[in-house]
Design a protein around this ligand. Structure first.
Ligand code: DHB
Length: 249
């Protein structure tokens, strides 16, 4: 990880956004950012007590197969098609302390690069046994894990021939619903990462590298699944790059 000596000191409860680490809102190479980018100066609003303290979710919402995308949409006795993988890691705070009880949600395309979505237009086949969504709650050590198939890369209508690298979307909820961070995980060794216009909006190479999960050979299950490790750091100097990170979060 690169040192970033010019960063402001991290003191107190407020961690200012590092604009060199996070993608700017307006990045014309990523076409949809042009309409989404704010046209006026940003306002900074304090969180209200009700946003910070509630509503909260209960741990009982997690079902037995919620962290198993190979089976959670499959017909009985069947399973999703694709390369079987385990994705696991920890949710950590700015001091490297585990964040327990965070709701981690993930969604992805199937092994052919096709999403199960009404507006999806890519010609790759739907897998009848793959839904593409799951969730987990971090344990006392901040750990989460899920089983899935490695998603395929897919083309998208941005430039003439733009492709998204294989990736998994992540959402992390804190203890209130107003505390939500969203990012994407990529796979070690994928040459498509460096051709992607969305990845290309991230100014710092180290911020991109932190989104790339290494192959975790030690947690591979022989004759079953390979493993990838993806730690998520909520804030501070080693923060994961979040797509929706707000001022001060
Ligand atoms: O914001 C978008 O336009 C967009 C397009 C394709 C993706 O895979 C994605 O994650 C976002």
């Amino acid at each position: 990880m690169s040192e970033r000596p010019n960063r402001k000191p991290e003191t107190g409860a407020f961690f200012a956004r590092d604009r060199a680490w996070h993608a700017p809102a307006l990045t014309p190479g990523y076409k949809t950012s042009v309409l989404r980018a704010p046209q006026r100066a940003l306002l900074s609003l304090d969180g209200t007590i009700s946003e910070i303290t509630g509503p909260v979710f209960g741990h009982s919402i997690i079902g037995e197969l919620d962290n198993d995308l190979i089976l959670n949409y499959a017909r009985p006795g069947e399973s999703a098609i694709g390369e079987r993988i385990i994705v696991h890691g920890r949710v950590l705070d700015e001091r490297g302390k585990p964040v327990a009880g965070a709701l981690v949600e993930f969604w992805q395309a199937n092994a052919g690069g096709r999403y199960r979505h009404k507006k999806e237009t890519y010609l790759a086949a739907i897998d009848p046994n793959f839904g593409g969504c799951g969730r987990a709650i971090t344990d006392e050590e901040g750990r989460y894990h899920f089983r899935t198939v490695r998603p395929g890369a897919y083309p998208w209508p941005n430039g003439v021939n733009d492709w998204r690298p294989a990736h998994i979307h992540f959402s992390i909820f804190g203890h209130g619903f107003a505390q939500r961070l969203i990012t994407q995980m990529y796979f070690e060794g994928d040459p498509m990462i460096w051709k992607c216009p969305i990845v290309g909006t991230i100014p710092d190479k180290a911020a991109i590298e932190q989104l790339i999960a290494p192959l975790d050979w030690g947690n591979t299950i022989p004759m079953d699944s390979r493993a990838y490790k993806f730690d998520i750091v909520l804030r501070g100097r080693r923060s994961t790059m979040f797509e929706n990170r707000l001022e001060g979060n």
